[in-house]
Design a protein. Structure first.
Length: 84
């Protein structure tokens, strides 16, 4: 049952060269993505190693959480948690 959204996942441990497009490509298999952001350092523009992916439904987040720690992006295991 949806709670009204947005439904967001924190993704930590990202590779340094990970982009919004790479996150979109990986997570789009779970559902309709409404927003993606890889957090970057304001001064250097380099990735801070984490980001957020927002979905249109809670079911997409539930699927991601059901896989526990089985998410790999660019051959690197990443950590996914529910975000508010």
């Amino acid at each position: 049952m949806d709670r009204g959204g947005p439904f967001k996942v924190f993704v930590g441990g990202l590779p340094q060269d990970c982009t919004n497009d790479i996150l979109t490509d990986y997570f789009s298999k779970f559902g309709n993505i409404t927003d993606v952001v890889v957090m970057t350092d304001r001064m250097t523009g380099r990735s801070r190693g984490f980001g957020f992916v927002s979905f249109g439904t809670e079911e997409a987040v539930d699927q991601i959480m059901a896989m526990h720690q089985d998410h790999q992006i660019q051959e690197k295991w990443v950590d996914c948690k529910r975000a508010s």
